[in-house]
Design a protein around this ligand. Structure first.
Ligand SMILES: Cc1cc2nc3c(=O)[nH]c(=O)nc-3n(C[C@H](O)[C@H](O)[C@H](O)COP(=O)(O)OP(=O)(O)OC[C@H]3O[C@@H](n4cnc5c(N)ncnc54)[C@H](O)[C@@H]3O)c2cc1C
Ligand SMILES: NC(=O)c1ccc[n+]([C@@H]2O[C@H](COP(=O)([O-])OP(=O)(O)OC[C@H]3O[C@@H](n4cnc5c(N)ncnc54)[C@H](OP(=O)(O)O)[C@@H]3O)[C@@H](O)[C@H]2O)c1
Length: 455
């Protein structure tokens, strides 16, 4: 830690140890505050641990190293395996009552499911991308769940999460066909050139050309250059994936908005019904507008990769995909309001409660962006704490007792929480295990195995 200020007397509770929370708490510790960071998972890291594609070892380990330095700081107390929420291990108010922090920062990411609510979307064989991602990255609740995959998978959405799902289908499941379904055109794809290389060699280029011809009139109507689109889409088709070859055909369907998951009489998933769309200019961007004509895309598995939303049961007011933020600009520090939680019923800011990372803006950007958002949000928290008198009893003095009380409450509910020393122990056991097995990286996929490794 650099440039750490003397103790402020304030305790800040941060909930969620993903990149936003962890990078953020460094700013709190540097400002002299004591920090307790509570996390749902045994391991810290959030989507770095359980979202980023599992074979990106270098990237993951690089970020983990930075997390380790921050979490080993004596002013930061990590407590994992505790889910906060109205229907979870502990409600937010209960936690506040026990720890009595000067401020609370919510950094729990976007754990809710963004569903379109179309008919058939709860049928067997319909999945939400986050669940699948958690499954193949070994997050305990999902790691052992059955996610049967058929021969023809339609993935709705064309962002980087779609690419991660396709990556898994192409190289791990060797699925026969994967169809990425976009409600807009090729130029509005949200995935990046770097990421698509994992599956580009599997593009069926003849089918892609035919698909672009199908939508040519509608794309040319808004001035799009099809030849340029084809060139951009196929830029990496000669890039071999590091996993080698796979027989999967990777297809695209553009200008198609899902309207129904078609299930046959026996309950089997039969098709994804889409409404053909056209592009219309809305302010600065092009939106998809339904044309009233439909098409059934034959498939036996559907994956929604359309972004996430926050979890409503967490216990904070929500609107759309997000927790409600203060709509009234702060005259002294414009922009601070974006990090302040707001109660629309009282019409007031929820005093001392802040939002950062994907909890502030769901599905927004990469790790670097979550880091920046965490740091910006904590600057707002630090400014708030400058205006608030610390409690009479110094935050550091009573903290051991408060944590003991918290552990006792959790124990009485059968919740076995872990601290950072436990995480370090687990990481050592996993490191030894990877050496024994001769693999680059090894991790346990269940809570039982992790807790047993901790001892
Ligand atoms: C599939 C996928 C792949 C990605 N791949 C990349 C990539 O390759 N490179 C890149 O730079 N970015 C990638 N990203 C983006 C990156 O992961 C996010 O920008 C970042 O993780 C968001 O950070 P966060 O801290 O806001 O949320 P999260 O990372 O989601 O962290 C939230 C934390 O809160 C905890 N939590 C949740 N609910 C509760 C609760 N109720 N109580 C207590 N704790 C709770 C969780 O355990 C978790 O540790 C990817 C994202 C996804 C979805
Ligand atoms: N390797 C990496 O670096 C990596 C990996 C994964 C994720 N991430 C990051 O994580 C963030 C989230 O990624 P994401 O892929 O979940 O989100 P995203 O980039 O926002 O893409 C979401 C896709 O879903 C579509 N969509 C949204 N709502 C829809 C609806 N109602 N009907 C049909 N389609 C809909 C979007 O289409 P429209 O554009 O038409 O709305 C878009 O194609 C991104 O910032 C991403 O870059 C990074």
């Amino acid at each position: 830690m650099n440039e750490t200020k003397p103790q402020s007397g304030h305790l800040v509770l941060t909930i969620g140890a993903g990149p936003a929370g962890i990078y953020g708490v460094r700013k709190l510790a540097e400002a002299g505050h004591e920090v307790v960071i509570i996390n749902r998972d045994i391991k810290p890291g959030g989507l770095v641990e359980y979202g980023i594609y599992f074979n990106k070892h270098k990237l993951k380990e690089g970020v983990r190293k930075q997390f380790r330095t921050i979490l080993a700081d004596p002013r930061v107390r990590y407590l994992g395996h505790i889910k906060i929420g109205a229907e979870a291990d502990l409600a937010l108010d209960e936690l506040r009552d026990i720890l009595k922090p000067s401020a609370v920062v919510v950094a729990v990411g976007a754990q809710g499911t963004k569903a379109l609510g179309i008919p058939g979307d709860t049928a067997t064989g319909v999945y939400h991308a986050k669940d699948l991602v958690y499954h193949f990255n070994g997050l305990p609740e999902f790691s052992r769940r059955d996610f049967s995959i058929g021969n023809r998978v339609a993935i709705i959405g064309v962002g980087n999460v779609m690419v991660d799902i396709a990556h898994w289908l192409v190289h791990e499941k060797k699925t026969k066909e994967v169809i990425a379904v976009a409600r807009r055109g090729p130029a509005q794809r949200a995935y990046t050139d770097v990421e698509i290389q994992a599956v580009a060699a599997n593009f069926d280029t003849a089918a892609l050309q035919a698909e672009l011809e199908r939508v040519r009139p509608k794309l040319e109507a808004v001035g799009e250059d099809l030849e340029a689109s084809y060139k951009a889409l196929t830029k990496h088709v000669n890039t071999k994936a590091k996993e080698g070859e796979s027989p999967t055909r990777m297809l695209f369907r553009f200008l198609s908005a899902p309207t129904e998951v078609v299930v046959n009489e026996g309950g089997g998933l039969h098709a994804l019904r889409v409404e053909n769309t056209e592009l219309v200019k809305r302010s600065e961007s092009l939106s998809a507008k339904g044309t009233g004509t439909f098409h059934d895309l034959e498939c036996d598995t559907v994956v929604f990769a359309i972004g996430d939303k926050v979890e409503e049961s967490f216990g904070l007011p929500c609107t759309g995909t997000e927790f409600v933020k203060n709509p009234n600009p702060d005259p002294d520090h414009p922009g601070d309001e974006l990090y302040q939680a707001f109660d629309p019923q009282t019409g007031k800011v929820i005093d001392g409660l802040f939002l950062i990372g994907w909890s502030r803006q769901a599905s927004d950007g990469v790790v670097g962006r979550a880091k920046l958002d965490g740091e910006r949000g904590m600057a707002v928290v630090n400014r708030y704490l400058e205006r608030v008198a610390p409690p009479a009893e110094s935050s550091a003095e009573g903290l051991d007792e408060k944590i003991a009380a918290l552990r006792q409450t959790l124990q009485s509910r059968g919740v076995q929480c872990v601290d950072y020393a436990d995480v370090q122990k687990l990481e050592n056991v996993e490191r030894e295990e990877s050496q024994k097995r001769g693999v680059e990286f090894f991790k346990y996929f269940t809570d039982e195995e992790m807790l047993s490794a901790i001892g």
